[in-house]
Design a protein around this ligand. Structure first.
Ligand code: KG4
Ligand code: ZN
Length: 352
């Protein structure tokens, strides 16, 4: 069974073909990131316009890389939420049209759940993908760490899960992006902060860890603490503009601030993951979302959890069509009802 996955929730236009929820046949991603970087973040109108230009070539490339014609495709899965309204509309309308034109069942799927399902891929027809040997098993603890979401979910089975906790304010990826701005690092901030942190000493500064409910997180206080720390480092008060800080900080100060922030942000997640592991004894633990690419997160998790964790390939951590196609395969496999291609809507605020 082959499913075409389409993803356009933010600034990546992506499509992929996955077979049986296990095997990656193609994975094409076109990003408007270079365009967005000029503005220091995602401009929704630019993202939507870029999707319109890229979507059909990206889908055709995904089919051709997978050596497929439309006859080979059993279903289409598309992200219908959460995400930017204009961006989601382009993907959903394209998927609806293609489903009608080619007579394929259509599944609107949840983007955040898609990140979790990237972990079910175990083989690739494409070169350069490191895949785990086995898919995760249930009960499965999912540590979801993306630009828009930070949550812990315990899956008893496919589509049967409980949310243990979530962020009460910023997502962890958002905190990385905001700290990047304070340090004058370009968008997207996460990988840049990680690179700066690799050159610094994570023990230089003590930053606060928020006290929250058992499995809940908060990152907004940490972000403010980084701002105050940066102001104090150059001998300025709370009034000093955050946009002018980077020019006054030395490279060494930036590296140490990035490293100290990253250590605490990652510890916040890992501490709660360990608590959940002890309480629920999951057979598998998976990490999902853009921050799953973070090397310090991987290092701390390996040290904290007494089971072996298979991390997804870096190319499958940030937004991609493969995760959507994989999730689509499991919608089909578990007999979830298909959506009406004449009616499927977008759900910008969809949560798990
Ligand atoms: O999952 P994703 O691609 O998009 C959302 O669904 O939100 O996550 C993007 C987020 C951004 O905030 C980006 O800065 C962060 O993931 N990110 C990282 C790294 N790579 C991407 N954060 C920390 N370390 C990284 N290596
Ligand atoms: Zn995402």
């Amino acid at each position: 069974m082959k499913v075409l996955g389409i993803e356009t929730s933010c600034d990546e236009t992506a499509a992929a073909v996955v077979e049986d929820g296990r095997r990656l046949l193609s994975n094409v991603v076109a990003s408007s990131m270079d365009l967005q970087a000029q503005y220091g973040g995602v401009v929704p109108e630019i993202a939507a316009r870029s999707h319109i230009e890229a979507i059909l070539p990206v889908i055709h490339q995904a089919l051709s890389d997978a050596d497929c014609t439309w006859d080979d495709i059993d279903a289409i899965a598309v992200t219908h939420g959460a995400g930017l309204g204009g961006s989601l509309l382009v993907g959903v309308m394209t998927a609806r049209s293609l489903a009608i034109a080619h007579g394929k069942p259509l599944y609107g799927v949840n983007h955040v759940m898609g990140h979790v399902y990237a972990n079910f891929l175990t083989s690739s027809a494409l070169p350069g993908y490191a895949m785990p040997a086995q898919p995760p098993q249930f009960p499965m603890l999912a540590i979801i760490v993306s630009g828009g979401h930070s949550q812990l979910a315990l899956f008893e089975d496919h589509f049967n899960y409980q949310l243990l906790g979530r962020t009460q304010d910023d997502a962890i990826g958002e905190a990385f992006d905001k700290v990047a701005k304070i340090l004058g690092l370009p968008y997207p901030g996460g990988p840049q902060v990680a690179a700066a942190a690799a050159k610094g000493n994570p023990l230089t500064f003590t930053l606060p860890k928020a006290k929250m409910g058992k499995y809940d997180f908060s990152f907004s206080g940490l972000k403010t603490a980084v701002l105050r720390l940066a102001q104090a480092q150059i001998g300025e008060t709370h009034e000093f503009a955050s946009t002018k800080l980077a020019a006054r900080l030395s490279e060494a100060q930036k590296h140490d601030i990035a490293a100290s922030f990253q250590r605490v942000a990652i510890e916040t997640i890992v501490d709660k993951a360990r608590l959940a592991y002890d309480e629920f004894a999951p057979v598998s633990v998976v990490v999902a979302g853009g921050v799953a690419a973070n090397a310090e997160l991987r290092r701390q998790l390996v040290a904290a959890l007494p089971l072996s964790i298979e991390f997804p390939d870096l190319k499958l951590c940030t937004d991609n069509g493969a995760m959507i196609a994989t999730l689509g395969c499991f919608h089909v496999k578990t007999g979830q009802p298909a959506d009406d291609p004449y009616a499927l809507g977008i759900a910008p605020n969809l949560s798990m």
